[in-house]
Design a protein around this ligand. Structure first.
Ligand SMILES: [Zn+2]
Length: 482
């Protein structure tokens, strides 16, 4: 960074700007450089799925902070640490690190499997593998952990982790460099969940807020309504003998759905319980990660900890859920409910079951996550007559099953986002993690919300940069902390 004489705060998005996927943002101030997240884009494969790492010199990064374990925020980290000239320090929370390990091992396995499946149309199976198991293990040992509400100081870069809701281990980071405070939300949620602490507003003021805009100006239905819709759609399908496919990301939101379904099945044991309609959770990570969820119950909300204390049993030991480590063990007779990954039906178990079940009218595919542009889950929402087969794109499979979407993605909606943004009270807001249209609408709504402050010293500026477009902000009179 020796070439710059510029004292401005600078933001440069390498991915996840005006899109959802491959999140990676670089901030620079007074000669210090912090990278926020290192994800992949789930709609692309191999090198094409990476953030635009070539656009900067990665050896200039001092600190890299990972907000949570989702692939669009963490899956290119082993690539950055093992395959580039990056030499900074990497931090994440304990649960994020614990889950990251198994998740990325699975990511390596699934990407190499799907390469093999398509080997007839590829010159080399290794082309799309960003890294292998060895890279993963070597990178793992160099990742440092941070507790919630504790502050690290790495050569003048101070940062603190706060609860973000969303998934177990998710954090917001408030970063302080030479008196300037920046808050990065990552993905966050504010509504009361069955097991997570919702996002908190840091006790210190923020100058620059970098905030997600996934749902733009959309409004979520109340949680109770969504839960009822979910359970009644599933119930109605299985009593008619249909199969229900819930494509989920292996960990995180899947656990919340399992808590809802397990409780509902217990309440309706007459016609659903005792194996009449089995619920399967197809994940070879399920067992390993159950341990993680059990271990970190002390980091969850009062609601689930109370359950844990009162019943003296772990709420993540479900009564009505069967684990399927290998889909070959699955006997597909009669109605059933299947949670399978990946969540966007790109490949793997959920895609195979989709192709098997979608020709049948009485079956239901229920999308509960956020579907990224360019993935099968997003395409399916258009109710296409046919879908391409993953193993042979020349074959198309008729789609007659019902397709529904009920979001349990745990991102803030407009009102929740606006309330949070107002409480944080930053003068500069940089929007990330949203497709162009919802992000543009959010920007307009924010500007109109803050229009009374225009041309005063409390004026709020909102930015929605594209990838690789530099934002440079001047801060006058920021007190130097030292
Ligand atoms: Zn996420």
């Amino acid at each position: 960074t020796g070439t710059t004489t510029n004292d401005n705060f600078r933001f440069f998005g390498l991915g996840g700007s005006n899109e959802v996927g491959r999140s990676c943002h670089v901030i620079r101030y007074k000669g210090k450089t912090v990278m926020l997240d290192a994800g992949v884009h789930p709609a692309y494969r191999g090198m094409a799925s990476l953030p635009f790492y070539d656009e900067i010199d990665l050896s200039t990064i001092d600190v890299l902070l990972i907000s949570h374990f989702h692939l669009d925020h963490a899956a290119s980290l082993p690539y950055v640490m093992q395959k580039t000239n990056f030499k900074g320090r990497v931090f994440m929370t304990h649960p994020t690190k614990a889950i990251y390990r198994w998740l990325l091992k699975d990511f390596v396995r699934v990407t190499s499997l799907s390469n093999n499946a398509n080997s007839n149309i590829r010159t080399s199976n290794d082309d799309d593998n960003l890294y292998n198991d060895t890279d993963l293990v070597e990178s793992f040992d160099r990742i440092e952990t941070i507790d919630y509400h504790s502050t690290m100081d790495i050569s003048g870069i101070k940062f603190t982790a706060y609860h973000a809701g969303h998934v177990l281990g998710a954090a917001m980071f408030q970063i302080e460099i030479a008196g300037l405070r920046i808050l990065f939300t990552g993905d966050y949620s504010r509504e009361v969940d069955r097991h997570l602490n919702s996002a908190e507003v840091p006790p210190f003021s923020t100058d620059v807020l970098i905030v997600e805009s996934t749902f733009g100006t959309a409004t979520h239905e109340p949680r109770i309504t969504r839960e009822r819709k979910l359970t009644s759609l599933i119930h109605n399908t299985v009593v008619k003998g249909g199969r229900v496919l819930l494509p989920v990301f292996a960990l995180g939101r899947a656990q919340e759905l399992l808590l809802i379904l397990d409780e509902y099945w217990t309440q309706h044991s007459n016609d659903l319980g005792n194996g009449q309609v089995p619920i399967y959770y197809a994940s070879n990570l399920a067992r390993k990660c159950l341990n993680v969820f059990q271990t970190y119950i002390n980091m969850m909300n009062d609601n689930i900890r109370k359950k844990f204390r009162d019943s003296k049993t772990n709420p993540f030991i479900f009564k009505n859920i069967l684990y399927l480590k290998n889909i070959d063990d699955f006997q597909d007779f009669g109605p059933s409910v299947m949670l399978a990954s990946p969540g966007m039906l790109q490949n793997g178990v959920s895609r195979d079951l989709l192709e098997k079940w979608c020709p049948e009218e009485k079956n239901l595919v229920l999308i509960t996550g956020y579907s990224i542009e360019g993935t099968m889950a997003k395409f399916l929402m258009l109710q296409p007559d046919h879908i391409p087969s993953i193993n042979n794109p020349d074959i198309s499979v008729p789609r007659r099953c019902q397709v529904e979407e009920i979001s349990f993605a745990a991102h803030v909606d407009f009102q929740e986002n606006l309330d949070f943004i107002e409480q944080v009270g930053a003068g500069k807001i940089i929007l990330v993690h949203g497709e162009s249209n919802p992000m543009g609408r959010l920007k307009s709504a924010l500007l109109s919300n803050f229009k009374n402050l225009k041309n005063t010293e409390k004026e709020v500026k909102v930015y929605n940069p594209r990838n690789c477009v530099l934002i440079s902000l001047e801060f006058k009179g920021v007190k130097v902390a030292k």
